[in-house]
Design a protein around this ligand. Structure first.
Ligand SMILES: CCCCCCC/C=C/C(=O)SCCNC(=O)CCNC(=O)[C@H](O)C(C)(C)COP(=O)(O)OP(=O)(O)OC[C@H]1O[C@@H](n2cnc3c(N)ncnc32)[C@H](O)[C@@H]1OP(=O)(O)O
Ligand SMILES: NC(=O)C1=CN([C@@H]2O[C@H](COP(=O)(O)OP(=O)(O)OC[C@H]3O[C@@H](n4cnc5c(N)ncnc54)[C@H](OP(=O)(O)O)[C@@H]3O)[C@@H](O)[C@H]2O)C=CC1
Length: 289
């Protein structure tokens, strides 16, 4: 597929998000930062919430250079009390966020039989429970205030297909997609839109070592994407700024996949079956700890 428009370009009119507060979880790294940047270019004030000080610093430094104001808040989205404090802080500083980008998630490749109960819990807690806790706080505050809002939950295409090597994340992302569909109906009458946004393979400099190693395996195999290229983080940002914009007010309960049709790929001759243990370079399963 052709290369996208250059970084800094936008399909939306300048100032589309002036006077709008956008809260992005995990907005200090990778795709969350790229999405936050597109809102900032269009005039939004940003609230970035995540756990690590170095990620919050990166958000503050890089996103404030794009024009809008940036408030950062240390927050583990597994903690509903801390989430409420972050919303209090945002309200005191700018007013209640109009848009919530539920981007933060956790993931690492591991064969299902090797995964510890705590590893499963950590990924599901962050990816599914954290996403719900953020949406819950946002929804309750808007319902109480009688104001409209827009939520975009970042997902993954293995929500539909299953994700060998990522059982925890795939199950959690299936829950995230399902939550979009439920909340869109429950909160539609109050003017709250809820949509999902799924990136395809979009490499970036903040990828964790585990995910990067998998990307290297994909590249070594020859990429194998129908688009014959990977996605650029700004392509996700453009889709997010459209979904939360005044031009998408009748879109709700929808999950938009930005992956160059990769998740639809089927072959006349199915690919060779290689067990996940082998793909991850692991030996025979040994139940002994
Ligand atoms: C090229 C193809 C790419 C396909 C991508 C598919 C689409 C999805 C992409 C993504 O979601 S990318 C997002 C990735 N980003 C992150 O995961 C960032 C945040 N991650 C983290 O903070 C950690 O990785 C964490 C482990 C998920 C959470 O950290 P926390 O501090 O809460 O947990 P820990 O106490 O460190 O660990 C809990 C538990 O998990 C076990 N564990 C940790 N890492 C691994 C691993 N690599 N493999 C197996 N198990 C792991 C850890 O040992 C703990 O379990 P116990 O030892 O206590 O049993
Ligand atoms: N990159 C890709 O190709 C793909 C990505 N995705 C999805 O896109 C989204 C962004 O992924 P990507 O940018 O690649 O990943 P990153 O690892 O760069 O981003 C994950 C972000 O989540 C934050 N985070 C993790 N755990 C918590 C927590 N408990 N509380 C608050 N924040 C947390 C991290 O910040 P901190 O460490 O500071 O807490 C980090 O900023 C995710 O939802 C992911 O599943 C889906 C498919 C493909």
């Amino acid at each position: 597929m052709p290369a996208p428009a250059p970084l800094g370009a936008s399909a939306l009119p300048p100032g589309t998000y002036e006077g709008t507060v956008v809260l992005v979880t995990g907005g200090g790294t990778g795709l969350g930062k790229a999405v936050a940047a597109e809102f900032a270019r269009l005039g939004a004030d940003l609230v970035v919430a995540s756990r690590k000080a170095e990620h919050l610093k990166a958000a503050e430094d890089e996103l404030s250079a794009l024009g809008g104001r940036v408030l950062t808040a240390a927050c583990d989205i597994r903690d509903p009390d801390r989430i409420a404090e972050v919303f209090d802080l945002a309200e005191e500083t700018y007013g209640l966020p109009h848009v919530l980008i539920n981007n933060a998630a956790a993931n690492f490749p591991v064969p299902a039989e090797d995964m510890s109960p705590n590893a499963w819990r950590s990924v599901v807690d962050i990816t599914l429970n954290g996403t719900y806790f953020m949406a819950r706080e946002f929804g309750r505050r808007h319902l109480a205030a009688g104001t409209p809002g827009s939520i975009v939950n970042v997902g993954a295409s293995y929500a539909w297909t299953g994700g060998p090597g990522y059982a925890h994340s795939a199950a959690a992302k299936a829950g995230v997609k399902n939550l979009v569909e439920t909340l869109a109906v429950e909160w539609g009458p109050y003017g709250i839109q809820v949509n999902g946004l799924v990136p395809g393979l979009m490499p970036h400099e903040d990828m964790t070592a585990d995910i990067r190693a998998n990307l290297d395996r994909v590249r070594a195999a020859g990429l194998r994407q129908p688009a014959l290229r990977v996605g650029r983080p700004r392509e996700l940002g453009w889709a997010a700024t459209f979904l939360a914009s005044p031009y998408a007010r009748f879109i709700s309960g929808h999950t938009l996949v930005v992956d160059g049709a990769n998740w639809q790929r089927r072959d006349l001759v199915p690919p060779e079956v290689v067990p996940i243990r082998e793909q991850l370079g692991r030996g025979r399963f040994d139940a002994a700890p």
